[in-house]
Design a protein around this ligand. Structure first.
Ligand SMILES: C[S@@+](CC[C@H](N)C(=O)[O-])C[C@H]1O[C@@H](n2cnc3c(N)ncnc32)[C@H](O)[C@@H]1O
Length: 534
């Protein structure tokens, strides 16, 4: 891996001067700051700056991120997210009067966030949008000959291979000839726009509509045909839909325009005239935060990839290619995932995540906090994170369960492996970190697993796999037994199937206690059968 060229992707010149601001308020006690309790009600769609602008594979809930920023920082502080994704952390930090450093390996991420934060003249944007729409109406393909003519004249992704598990081989096969010609024409017309910021915003709308104008687009059952997503966001794979409605591209473009405009209106306090937001939106690896100086960051909130679930770079190839954004070999080498086209191992994933945790430690100031969002059903992943963080010098302080409002569709597709919850681990960088008490070897792991599961089921009158998983991870953290637990299971499902019953409501019950069909929603436990511990 060529580390030097990786380092050069992020430039110190792109980083604002972290020392040029002073805190407007003094007296904030970082040491005494406390993480918020679980946030149970949230309105994702209220924030137009995140909802509907551009799809991304996973998004943190903006109000949860706000609560953490408020708990751990004061206005003026520098907040870093080294796995920034769609930019929820950076944008919320700026909205709350903090400064933000956003880092992500995926050029698509940098493009989305940078565009959202770039000031633009609304009048020019509207004029140019209308001009593009008019030119499109004149030139749009109306026959097969038109389609061939446009495809011969205008640029579109040619011969770029998709990941091996895609249903088709190349990007252009993701589109019908008509879709391809219309997209090529629209992209060409946007390219004619002379004003850089306006062109960038029109491209954001174009990129956003790609989600709906392709053959993997799945309309949501029971909703209007425009309410759906491409397979990359639903199934994390380029899966051609059995019957995909061909949406009218100008309607989707119009809707993108409205949504981007609504987002920009909300963002006016940090992008409008006189706004003094300080932000650095960088493309690069969390494993080498080269431009960021030692001890210069006041808080880190981050949500890295959870192992093998989502190969971000593979799945973003359609967007990155249309936008002309380059993903280097080094980017791929540094991506924190398992599997994917590079067939990365669990050891690769651990190495990359460990290097990023060490970097987070380096750039964070003393007495400041790191909130690390994670979800996994295998305790060995949790063990790796906590041990690496402690080795880097962090003090583990607490863990909070946090529902992430996971799309119920994904949950229905894969009820056992999709975790709708996540845990937020809170660490502190202090001079003399306290260590958790170490596992003494006299607690039996099987007993802990069974007793914890049983207790959660009893407490909730039937428990979801997430509730059980979270309770086991929390217990494993407290007793320093994550490593020991990982020798007993890496996936809870077989264990649950062996010792417990799954009810018609998808929850787990003590043997013989599960509700029958028809009892959904009104669960009452009649009998309590003793558990066999075999
Ligand atoms: C779970 S997502 C973050 C989502 C984000 N919290 C949000 O609200 O949109 C993880 C991100 O990590 C990025 N990533 C993977 N490996 C990386 C690395 N080595 N350095 C920086 N970013 C990386 C992926 O591109 C992806 O955007």
């Amino acid at each position: 891996m060529d580390n030097v060229s990786l380092v050069r992707q992020m430039s110190i010149a792109d980083l604002f001067d972290v020392d040029s601001y002073s805190h407007p308020f003094s007296g904030f006690n970082y040491r005494e700051a406390a993480p918020p309790a679980e946030i149970t009600s949230f309105q994702r769609q209220v924030a137009k700056r995140h909802f509907g602008v551009h799809g991304y594979f996973t998004k943190q809930v903006w109000s949860v991120v706000q609560a953490y920023i408020n708990a751990f920082t004061q206005p003026g502080d520098v907040i870093l997210d080294p796995f920034g994704g769609s930019g929820v952390t950076a944008i919320e930090a700026l909205m709350l009067g903090r400064r933000a450093i956003h880092v992500d390996l995926n050029p698509l991420s940098q493009f989305i966030v940078q565009t959202l934060l770039t000031p633009v003249d609304f009048k020019s944007l509207e004029q140019q949008f209308n001009a593009v729409m008019q030119a499109f109406a004149v030139e749009r393909p109306r026959s097969d000959e038109d389609i061939q003519r446009i495809l011969a004249h205008y640029d579109y992704p040619r011969g770029i291979r998709l990941p091996r598990n895609a249903d088709v081989e190349t990007i252009e096969q993701l589109f019908t000839p008509k879709q391809l010609a219309e997209l090529a024409l629209l992209k060409h017309l946007i390219g004619q726009c002379q004003e850089t910021a306006v062109r960038q915003h029109l491209l954001l709308m174009f990129s956003g509509l790609l989600n709906k104008i392709n053959r993997t687009y799945h309309a949501s059952a029971g909703r209007s045909e425009g309410r759906g997503d491409s397979a990359m966001f639903r199934y994390y794979r380029y899966r051609i839909a059995h019957s995909s409605p061909e949406l009218e591209i100008t309607t989707v473009f119009q809707s993108r325009f409205k949504k981007v405009l609504a987002a920009k209106m909300e963002l006016l306090p940090i992008t409008g005239v006189g706004a003094s937001a300080a932000q650095s939106i960088l493309q690069g690896s969390a494993t080498d935060l080269y431009p960021i100086r030692d001890e210069s960051v006041d808080y880190i909130y981050t949500d890295p990839p959870y192992g093998s679930k989502i190969p971000y770079l593979d799945l973003s190839i359609m967007w990155n290619t249309w936008l002309g954004l380059h993903v280097s070999k080094d980017n791929r080498a540094e991506e924190a995932i398992e599997g994917g086209e590079n067939k990365k191992t669990k050891a690769d994933y651990f190495r990359i995540l460990a290097a990023s945790i060490e970097e987070m430690y380096r750039v964070l100031k003393y007495d400041c906090w790191l909130s690390f969002v994670f979800a996994h059903s295998d305790p060995s992943y949790w063990h790796m994170i906590v041990v690496t963080a402690e080795k880097a010098g962090f003090e583990y302080v607490s863990v909070t369960r946090q529902n992430n409002g996971q799309h119920s569709f994904k949950k229905r597709q894969n009820p056992f492996s999709v975790l709708s919850g996540q845990l937020i681990l809170n660490f502190r960088k202090v001079h003399n970190p306290k260590r958790r008490k170490s596992y003494t070897g006299n607690i039996d792991a099987q007993t802990v697993i069974m007793a914890t599961t049983e207790a959660v089921i009893e407490r909730h009158n039937g428990a979801t796999v997430e509730q059980i998983n979270d309770a086991l991870v929390i217990q494993g953290l407290e007793l320093d037994m994550l490593n020991v637990l990982s020798q007993h299971y890496d996936d809870l499902t077989p264990l649950l199937r062996k010792h417990f019953d799954c009810g018609c409501d998808g929850r787990w019950y003590l043997r013989g206690d599960k509700p029958q069909i028809g009892q959904k929603g009104s669960v009452s436990i009649v009998s309590k059968t003793p558990i066999s511990w075999g």
